[in-house]
Write a protein that binds this ligand. Structure first.
Ligand SMILES: Cc1cc2nc3c(=O)[nH]c(=O)nc-3n(C[C@H](O)[C@H](O)[C@H](O)COP(=O)(O)OP(=O)(O)OC[C@H]3O[C@@H](n4cnc5c(N)ncnc54)[C@H](O)[C@@H]3O)c2cc1C
Ligand SMILES: NC(=O)c1ccc[n+]([C@@H]2O[C@H](COP(=O)([O-])OP(=O)(O)OC[C@H]3O[C@@H](n4cnc5c(N)ncnc54)[C@H](O)[C@@H]3O)[C@@H](O)[C@H]2O)c1
Length: 465
C-alpha cells in the first residue's frame, strides 16, 4: 500500500517538532506536520520560555533590596512597564516561532498550519477538508489547562491568558499549589501585583521533598504573596468590574483577575481517536508502551498527551527516540525513572532529581546528608533567606538516590548534579570531588555526616527469630 508520507505528526510542540525534524532531516523519511496554533507549542509560546523571561523581569525588587544591603543607598526597582516588556516578549516568541518553522522546512518537513484529526489508522483529515495518508501517525498534541469545575469558573483565566494580558491586574488570585501557581504567584508579586495564592493542602509543591516544600511555602509568604493554605475557591461571581470569590472556609474576597493553575489534562478531545480504537487511560491520556506505541501499531504518541512526565526535555527525548527507532534503525527507549526538574521561584528555586526523603524512607534504609544555611550573598545583605542541600544515600550500596536543592539558581545546580546521579554515582564519588570555593553548591561535596539515618523497622518476630 502506498502512502502520501512515511510519517504524519499532529502537533508542532516540543515532542512533535523534534520527531519530525529527526525523522525527515536525519533519517530521510517523508514527513508532514500539522499545527493548529503557533509553531513551538506550549513550551515556546505559552510555557517555559515566556515564563522564564517573566521570572527574570520579576526580580528587580529583590535585587534592589539586596543591593541596598551592599551599600547602594536608595537602590530601587523603578516602575515596571508591562507594555514595553510585552512588546519585547512578543518579538522574541515570533523570532523563536520562525526558527522552529525554518528548521522544520530545512529538514524537508511539509507543514500544514491547521488542525488535524484522525480518520483511520493511516489517514488524517485537515481542517480545510483535505485528507493525507501516512504509514505512521505520531500524536504530539500536548495538554490543556484543567479547571476545577466550580460555579463561575468561566470568569477565571488560565496560564495561556497571562502571556496575552493587555495590562497587569492590580489584585490577583492564583488557585493551586503546583509548578504553575507557585511560579506565577512569584512572577506577579515580583511585578507589583497584589497577589493572593490559595492552595487546598498544607504545603505547596506536592510530590517534592517535604523539607524543600516547607521552605518554598515559607518563601512565597516572605516575598509578599498572601498565601492561604487548606482553602480552595468554591464559587466565582461577577461583582461590577471585579470578581468576587467565595472560599471553602466561607470567607469572601474580590479580585481583578483569578487565575486557575489547577493542573493540565491531555489534549485528546476531538482528535478522532474514536475512529481508531487507540486505548485511552482513565484520565484521557493516550496509553503507550515503552516505544511510545499506542494499541494501534501504526499510531504513536509522545509528550504531554501521554501524561508520563510532563516536561519539555522529556517530550523532546520521547520524540527523538521514536524517530530513531522507527526511521533510523536504532531502537531507543526513554528512561523515565530519574528526571531532574526545577520550579523557578524567587529568590530561591526548588530543584530535584531522584527520590524524595519520604520516598527513599518508604523504599528502605537511607542516610540523609542535609544542610540548611544562610548563603553568604544574601546574608551579608541582611536577608534571612535559607538554602537547603540534601543528598539521599543508600547505606548499603552508597549510591545517591536523590538530590534536592532549595537555593539561588538551584535549577542550574541540579542540571550538573543530575549527570553523576544519572550515571549511578556514590556518596564516595561526591566526597572525592574537590569543592569550588566559595560557592553554595560546594556543600554538595562537603557534607560528611548524615543529618539523620532512617532505618526500616524490623518486625518484632523477625528480630527475635
Ligand atoms: C505555564 C507553563 C510553564 C511550563 N514551564 C516548563 C518549564 O519551565 N520546564 C519544562 O520542562 N516544562 C515546562 N512546562 C511543560 C512543557 O511546556 C510541556 O511539557 C511541553 O511543552 C510538552 O510538549 P508536547 O510536545 O507534548 O506538547 P505541546 O508543546 O503542548 O505541543 C502540542 C501542540 O499540538 C498542537 N495541537 C494539538 N492538537 C492539534 C491538532 N488536532 N491539530 C494540530 N495541532 C494540534 C497544539 O496547538 C500545540 O502547539 C510548562 C508548561 C506550562 C503550561
Ligand atoms: N518549571 C517547570 O518545569 C514547570 C513549570 C510549569 C509547568 N510544568 C509542567 O506542567 C504541569 C502542569 O502544571 P500545574 O501547576 O498546572 O499542575 P500541577 O499538577 O503541578 O499542580 C496543580 C495544582 O492544582 C491543584 N488542584 C488541582 N485540582 C484542583 C481543584 N479542583 N481545586 C483546587 N486545586 C486543585 C493541585 O492540588 C495542585 O496544587 C506540571 O505538572 C509540570 O509537569 C513544569
Amino acid at each position: 500500500m502506498s502512502f502520501d508520507y512515511d510519517l504524519f505528526v499532529i502537533g508542532g510542540g516540543s515532542g512533535g517538532v523534534r520527531a519530525a525534524r529527526i525523522a525527515a532531516g536525519e533519517h530521510g523519511a517523508r514527513v508532514a506536520l500539522a499545527e493548529e496554533s503557533r509553531m513551538g507549542g506550549t513550551c515556546v509560546i505559552r510555557g517555559c520560555v515566556p515564563k522564564k523571561l517573566m521570572i527574570f523581569a520579576s526580580q528587580a525588587g529583590l535585587m534592589a533590596e539586596e543591593m541596598r544591603g551592599y551599600g547602594w543607598e536608595g537602590a530601587q526597582a523603578g516602575r515596571f512597564d508591562w507594555e514595553v516588556f510585552k512588546q519585547k516578549l512578543d518579538a522574541e516568541l515570533t523570532r523563536l516561532e520562525l526558527i522552529y518553522t525554518a528548521n522544520l522546512t530545512k529538514s524537508g518537513v511539509e507543514i500544514f498550519h491547521q488542525r488535524a484529526t484522525i480518520v483511520d489508522h493511516h489517514t488524517v483529515a485537515l481542517a480545510d477538508g483535505t485528507r493525507k495518508t501516512a504509514k505512521h501517525i505520531l500524536i504530539a498534541a500536548g495538554g490543556r489547562p484543567a479547571l476545577p469545575g466550580i460555579p463561575g469558573e468561566e470568569l477565571g483565566l488560565i496560564s495561556d491568558d497571562l502571556f496575552l494580558l493587555e495590562s497587569l491586574p492590580r489584585r490577583v488570585l492564583l488557585v493551586g499549589g503546583g509548578y504553575i501557581a507557585c511560579e506565577f504567584a512569584t512572577i506577579l508579586a515580583g511585578l507589583g501585583c497584589e497577589t493572593v495564592q490559595v492552595y487546598r493542602g498544607d504545603a505547596v509543591l506536592r510530590g517534592f521533598d517535604r523539607q524543600a516544600r516547607d521552605l518554598a511555602t515559607l518563601q512565597l509568604s516572605e516575598v509578599g504573596i498572601d498565601l492561604r493554605l487548606n482553602v480552595t475557591p468554591i464559587a466565582l461571581e461577577r461583582a461590577a468590574d471585579r470578581i468576587a470569590v467565595t472560599f471553602s472556609d466561607n470567607s469572601r474576597d474580590d479580585f481583578d483577575a483569578v487565575i486557575f493553575a489547577t493542573g493540565r489534562t491531555p489534549h485528546t478531545k476531538g482528535l478522532g481517536l474514536e475512529n481508531t480504537g487507540v486505548h485511552l487511560d482513565p484520565n484521557g491520556a493516550i496509553g503507550v508502551d515503552e516505544w511510545s506505541q499506542t494499541s494501534v501499531p501504526s499510531i504513536f504518541a509522545v509528550g504531554d498527551v501521554t501524561d508520563r512526565v510532563n516536561l519539555t526535555p522529556v517530550a523532546i527525548r520521547e520524540g527523538h527516540a521514536f524517530a530513531d527507532t522507527i526511521f533510523g534503525g536504532r531502537a531507543r527507549k526513554v528512561d523515565h525513572t530519574t528526571i531532574a526538574s526545577a520550579v523557578y521561584l524567587r529568590p530561591h528555586e526548588v530543584a530535584q532529581i531522584g527520590l524524595t526523603e519520604e520516598q527513599a524512607q518508604a523504599r528502605g534504609d537511607v542516610d540523609v546528608y542535609a544542610t540548611v544555611f544562610r548563603p553568604m550573598r544574601s546574608m551579608f545583605a541582611g536577608s534571612n533567606a535559607k538554602v537547603m542541600m540534601k543528598l539521599l544515600v543508600d547505606p548499603e550500596s552508597d549510591r545517591v538516590l536523590g538530590c534536592h536543592i532549595f537555593g539561588p539558581d538551584a535549577g542550574e545546580m541540579i542540571q550538573l548534579a543530575a549527570i553523576p546521579i544519572t550515571m549511578g554515582a556514590t556518596k564516595a564519588d561526591f566526597d572525592a570531588t574537590m569543592a569550588v570555593h566559595p560557592t553554595a553548591a560546594e556543600e554538595l561535596v562537603t557534607m560528611r555526616q548524615p543529618a539523620r539515618r532512617h532505618r526500616r523497622a524490623i518486625p518484632a518476630q523477625a528480630a527475635t527469630a
